[in-house]
Ligand binder design. Structure first.
Ligand SMILES: [Fe+2]
Ligand SMILES: [Fe+2]
Length: 162
């Protein structure tokens, strides 16, 4: 059985993962509106991954005899001024999520909750990858700069994500 404190903290994380999905879906629709189909596809897949993260914690709460409580999901913004600005935000958002995951790990240690600690290790590793992918794209956009042809090449490359 999971403690009430841990249950509450995990429920909050379910909400943050769903917010991440919402944010990336907003970014996907933004890219659709500026006809950058590759970036849009990348973001849509990213949104789906975040939903999967939310459900992973959701399932875990139930497995441990806890209760899932779904909270309001905040509305993300809808417009960005450039592809670079979008990915800067992805990178900083993922860094914030990493800090949240680390906060949950700290709580699991404090509560001597070994099972939750173990479950969270998947997320610790996932965040290393999430930050790496976001920062790579931030750098690629910096390299191509404002050259439209190069940005469309990058759009084409990102569109290959499955
Ligand atoms: Fe996530
Ligand atoms: Fe993420």
């Amino acid at each position: 059985m999971i403690s009430k404190t841990m249950e509450q903290a995990l429920n909050k994380q379910v909400n943050r993962e769903l917010y991440s999905a919402y944010l990336y879906l907003a970014m996907s629709s933004h890219f659709e509106s500026v006809n950058m189909k590759g970036f849009a596809k990348w973001m849509r897949i990213q949104a789906k991954e975040e939903q999967m993260h939310a459900l992973k914690i959701y399932d875990y709460i139930i497995t441990r005899g806890g209760t899932v409580s779904l909270l309001d999901i905040e509305a993300p913004k809808a417009k960005w001024s450039s592809a670079g600005k979008v990915f800067d935000e992805v990178y900083s958002h993922e860094q914030k999520v990493t800090a949240m995951i680390h906060g949950l790990v700290d709580l699991a240690i404090k509560e001597k909750d070994h099972a939750t600690f173990e479950m969270l290790q998947w997320f610790v590793k996932e965040q290393v990858e999430e930050e790496q992918h976001a920062s790579e794209i931030v750098n690629q956009i910096k390299i191509v700069g404002d050259i439209v042809g190069h940005l469309f090449y990058l759009d084409h490359q990102l569109g290959k994500r499955e």
